[in-house]
Ligand binder design. Sequence first.
Ligand code: HEM
Length: 413
Amino acid sequence: MGDSTLRFVRDGYLFGTRGFRAACADSFRTRLLGRPVLVMRGAEAARFFYEGGRFRREGAMPRSVLTLLQDEGSVQSLEGVVHRRRKEMFLALLTGASGDALAARFGQELRRRAAVAGKRVVLLDFFHDVLTRAVTTWAGLPADVADDLLRTGVLAQMVDAAGTVGPANWAARARRARAERLIAEAVERERAQPTAAPGSPLAVVASYVEAGGHLPPEIAAVELLNLLRPTVAIGRYLTFAALALHRHPGWRDDLAGGDEAGVHWFAQEVRRFYPFFPVVGGRATQRLTWKGEPVQEGDWVLLDLYATTHDPALWDQPNRFLPQRFDGATVDRNALIPQGGGDYAEGHRCPGEPVTVDLLEVGIRMLTRELVYDVPEQDLRISLRTFPTRPKSGFIVTGLRTTGRHAAERAVV
Ligand code: HEM
C-alpha cells in the first residue's frame, strides 16, 4: 500500500472523491504521513464515525492543524461523561437566548461597520473584523483583551494558517499562545473580581466546575478560544454567500424580495456546496467491522466531509449550487455534515452549527436587502488545494453603502 501524502497535497479537497472513484467504493485504505488510514464517505459512514463512541479524537490529526483549529485539553479532546458535561456548557452558550444574542450582535455590528466602510472593501477581511467585534463583546471579554484580539487579527489568522506548514503556521501558533495567555489572565481577573455579565461566556467558563474545581486558566482560555475563533471562521461562509449571490442574481432578487424560506435554503446550500473542513480524523476505541472490513483498536480513520456533502448518492447534481434542493426536504443529519455528523450532545458534532446558520441568514438578508455594492473585475477562483479555501481575491466590493432598510434587525431581534 503506497503513501498518498503527495496525492493529498495535489488533490486537496478532491483527495477522497478521487480515491472512492478509483476504488469504486465508499471507502479505501491508504497511508498518509506514513500511517495506515481508512478513508470513508457517506451518511452511513458518518453515522458509524460519529455515533456510538467508536472513535476518539486524540492522536487523530497532525499537530500543526490541532494547535490552530482544535485545542488540547478542550471539549474536542474529551470523551464520555466529561465530554458530555463540557459539551452541555457549549450548547447552552450557543443555542437559545445566548445564541440569539450572538446573532443579534453580529447584525448590529455589520450594519454599523457597513455604514462607515471605505470605498473598496475586501469582504472576507471585513467579515472577520465584524465577527471579531461581535463575538468578543458577546463573550464578555474585558475591552483591553477584545481590542487586542481585533488589532492583531489573531482569530482570523489561526483559521487562515491551519492548513499551512512551516513559518506561517509557527507564526500563527506563536500569536495564538499570546492570545491564550491574555484570555487566561482575563479568566483569573474574572474569578478574583467578577465583572462580566452573568450568563456571558466569560462568566460561565470562568465559573465552570469539573471534578470539584475550576478549569485551569489555560484550559478555560482554550474553551473561550473555542467559541471565539470558529465564530470568526464564519466569515468564510459569509464571503461564499456573497459570491453565490453574485453568481446567481435570480436568487439575489428573490431573497431581496423577502423570500424567508429561501434565505434558509440558501444558507444551507452555502454550507453544503462550498469547501471548509475536508476531513475529520478519529482513532478506533475498540475492534470494529465496517462493511466487512476489520478495524482494529487504535486504527486511524478519516471521514471525508467534503466528499459526503458532494456524494452523488446523497445529493442530486452535487456539483451545482441549488438552494431549492432544501425545499420541503427532510435532511438526514448524517448527510449534511460540513460541521460534523451524529448528535450534538452525545458526540463531537459542532455545537456552533445552529448559530452558524443563524449568522449566515442574518448576513444573507443584509447582503440582499440592506447593502448595495459593486463587484469589480477580480480573481474569484476557489482553489481546492488550499485548506481552508477562499475566493482568491477575498471578494472585493466597491461603493459599499446601506439602503437604510432594517429588515435584518427585525428578523433577528
Ligand atoms: C465556519 C463554521 C464552522 C465549521 C465549518 C465548523 C466545523 C466543525 C466540525 C467539522 C466539527 C467536528 C469536529 C470533530 O468531529 O472532531 C466541529 C466541532 C466543534 N465546533 Fe465547529 N464549526 C464551525 C463553527 C463553529 C462555531 C461558530 C463554534 C462556536 C462558537 C464552533 C465550535 C465548535 C466546538 C467547540 C467543537 C467541538 C465539539 C466537540 O468536540 O464535541 N464551531 N466544528
